[in-house]
Each structure stands twice: as structure tokens, then as C-alpha cells.
Write a protein that binds this ligand. Structure first.
Ligand SMILES: Cc1ncc(COP(=O)(O)O)c(C=O)c1O
Length: 386
């Protein structure tokens, strides 16, 4: 089969491959503790389940939605955004629902770029920027290395040397767990302004932060919403990954372009899912997440703490991240070899290069397994590395 050049240029989606290997081992009866894909093990809160059950029985919920999303959903998003970030957005022109933020990230660049245009993509990163948003759209990813010396943020001096039409940034960051403060984001935004480029800010983990760190929105920096679009997700905040619901907010022209692309492709997230997400977002009070979300965050923090301490005892220099539920661990060498050794002992992790060549030397743990299993996994890791 001769697939298109753009499809042939893509590596397989890393997690699809990994899930196959794990499933095969499990089929053979092996116990695998999986820190692989970032898919929460905890269920959605009761208010999500109740809203979903109610919505399924409401009249009109079975029909097509629209790709921009229902008015009630967009209104709730605008209210949530104002509470959470103190930014007013117009629900009709500055909000678009998404079938998961991945969908929006992948579809957006088609609205604003032409074939051959360059996209600045952090490396390592969530693979969608480099692959779906760039290669699958006939754009050229300009990869910029994230390393620990720069706090896993692109060096502004380095990226100032490149020519690009669009930049992807993601903080709290997958896979490194790094966060960015307003002063860094301002520098990145100023650079985009200088270059006439757009800033796509992936804020899927805005709610998953620890200690006193509160993730900012790029729209708090780009106050006039000149050149930014921000992507949000209900997947991690409310353990709703399989519901497929997120939203984009930001510059009106960018949102209009995204809606136009989507109108040719999809007919919106199911209305009952938008209803459930909308009820979930309404649980915020004065910008603070509901108890259920706070409990989820506390659970991840505890698991991360356990793993960090356990790995330190084994001689791995790791720090508690300030955001996400990932632990990015320097294993000093061959990531794939290290990950496959752990897998032999029943622990699945993602080798760093699954997020780009800049991930070589690292592995990523997703803390989506309970404390008991984290402890058990540490015993297995000790056997593997000793
Ligand atoms: C950085 C980042 N952005 C976006 C997403 C996509 O989330 P969803 O499509 O479930 O909203 C993920 C999922 O893991 C992610 O890690």
C-alpha cells in the first residue's frame, strides 16, 4: 500500500504500540504495573456521572451538536474562564468546543498555515504538535530541545534565531512535569509578536498543580488576545478522558478559523457529553476546583512523592514536579533499553524518545496507578536495576 508522503513520514503513535506490547504480556498472564499512557485510573466524580445520566434522558440530546459546541457549553466555559483566570471571553466568538483537546491541537494549524510553513515544536513534547499539527498538515516542525538546564523550556535566545509561523507551548508540561510562570510566557509571546507568529498554548494540565503553584493562562499575558489560542481539556481535571471533551479559547480570528476547519470535519462533541462537562465546570467556586478534583490532585501528589522517594533511594536524582501527574526521570543512557528492562520485571514506563529525540536518556512515569501498586512497582524496579 502506498500511503501518502505525509502519512509515511509519521512514526507510529507511541502509546498505541506500547499498549499492544502490554496487552500481549497480560494475555500471557504476566502482571504488568503500567505507568504508560496518561489515562487516569480514578473514576469521574459523581456529579459528572449524574449529569451524564440526566443528559441522556433530556429531549434533543440525541441530535447532532455543532462543531463550535452548544451555546450552554460555551457560556459555561466563558464563566469558568473568568472565575479561574479573571479573563472575560466572549462565548460566541472566543470559545470552541473540542472532541478532546487533542482534536483541536491537531486540526487548528490547518486554519492558519500553508504547506511548508514552519511550526516551532518543543522536543520532547506531546507528539501531536510535531506529528498531527505539523507533518500531517504538510508543515515543517522546527524542533527545539527542552533540557533540564533551561527548566525544560525552550531557550528564548535559541528560538529567536528561527523563522516560524506558529509556536506550540505546553505548561504544565507533558512529559517533563515542568511549569512556566508569567514572565517566561511574556518573553515567548513577545517573540511571537516580533515574528508575526501565533502562539498555541496547550493548557491541558492547568488544574493539575502542586504546592502553591497555580498555572497561568496565556490569555492573562496576551490580554488583548492578539495572537494566542489556548487549549483546555476536561480529561484530567475530572477524569473524563474517554468522554472526549475539551475546548479552545482565544483570539477571535483564530477561533473562527478553527470552527471553519472543524465544520468540514466533525459535527461537534455529543451534546450529553457537553452537558456533563458543563456541569463539571460549574462545580468550581470562585475559581477553586471542587473537592473531588482537589482530592484527585492530592492523590497524584502522594503517589508522586512515594515514587520520587523510592527512586531517590535507588540512586535516581528526581524532583517532585510542580504540575501534571508525570515523573520524568533521567536514567542516564538508553531509555528504550531501560524501559524494556523494567518491562521484563513487570513495570511499564514510556521511554523518553516516544516524545521526540530530546527525550533520550529519560523515561516517563504516569502516576495513574494506586499507592499500593507504586510501592510494588518500586520493589520490582529495585530488582531490575540492582
Ligand atoms: C499535553 C497534552 N495535551 C493534550 C492532551 C489531550 O487531552 P484530551 O484530548 O484528552 O483533551 C494530552 C493528553 O494526554 C496531553 O498530555
Amino acid at each position: 500500500m502506498n500511503y501518502s508522503r505525509r502519512l509515511s513520514a509519521l512514526p507510529p503513535y507511541p502509546f498505541a504500540e506500547m499498549e499492544k506490547v502490554i496487552a500481549e504480556k497480560q494475555r500471557k498472564g504476566e502482571e504488568i504495573i503500567s505507568f504508560g499512557i496518561g489515562d487516569p485510573d480514578l473514576p469521574p466524580p459523581k456529579f459528572v456521572l449524574d449529569a451524564m445520566a440526566k443528559a441522556l434522558k433530556m429531549p434533543g440530546m440525541h441530535n447532532y451538536s455543532s462543531s463550535e459546541g452548544e451555546k450552554f457549553f460555551r457560556d459555561t466555559v466563558a464563566e469558568w474562564f473568568e472565575q479561574r483566570f479573571n479573563i472575560k471571553i466572549n462565548p460566541d466568538t472566543q470559545v470552541c468546543s473540542l472532541i478532546g483537546s487533542k482534536e483541536g491541537l491537531a486540526n487548528f494549524t490547518r486554519a492558519i498555515l500553508n504547506p511548508g510553513d514552519k511550526i516551532l515544536c518543543p522536543n520532547p513534547s506531546y507528539p501531536v504538535y510535531r506529528q498531527a499539527a505539523s507533518i500531517l498538515n504538510d508543515n515543517i516542525p522546527i524542533e527545539v530541545l527542552l533540557d533540564s538546564k533551561n527548566g525544560f523550556k525552550p531557550s528564548i535566545d535559541e528560538i529567536a534565531q528561527y523563522d516560524f509561523s506558529c509556536m506550540f507551548l505546553n505548561y504544565p508540561n507533558n512529559p517533563t512535569g515542568a511549569v512556566a510562570d508569567a514572565s517566561y510566557l511574556k518573553k515567548a509571546l513577545d517573540l511571537c509578536r516580533e515574528k508575526g507568529a501565533y502562539l498555541c498554548y496547550d493548557n491541558a494540565y492547568s488544574e493539575m498543580t502542586y504546592e502553591s503553584f497555580k498555572a497561568p493562562s496565556i490569555l492573562q499575558i496576551d490580554k488583548n488576545m492578539e495572537r494566542s489560542i489556548e487549549f483546555h481539556s476536561c480529561s484530567k481535571t475530572f477524569n473524563m478522558t474517554g468522554y472526549r471533551i475539551g475546548f479552545a479559547v482565544g483570539n477571535e480570528d483564530l477561533i473562527r478559523g478553527l470552527k471553519k476547519v472543524k465544520s468540514q470535519i466533525d459535527s461537534g462533541a455529543p451534546k450529553f457529553v457537553q452537558y456533563a462537562a458543563s456541569e463539571a465546570l460549574k462545580q468550581y467556586s470562585n475559581g477553586k476546583p471542587p473537592k473531588e478534583t482537589r482530592d484527585t490532585i492530592a492523590t497524584y501528589e502522594k503517589r508522586l512523592g512515594l515514587l520520587v522517594n523510592g527512586l531517590r533511594k535507588l540512586g535516581y536524582e528526581t524532583e517532585m514536579p510542580l504540575g501534571t501527574f508525570y515523573l520524568w526521570v533521567n536514567v542516564d543512557g538508553n531509555s528504550k533499553g531501560f524501559a524494556s528492562k523494567l518491562l521484563d520485571y513487570g513495570v511499564a514506563v514510556t521511554p523518553g524518545p516516544a516524545f521526540g529525540s530530546g527525550g533520550e536518556g529519560y523515561i516517563r512515569f504516569s502516576l495513574t496507578v494506586n499507592e499500593k501498586l507504586v510501592k510494588r512497582a518500586l520493589e520490582k524496579i529495585e530488582l531490575a536495576v540492582r
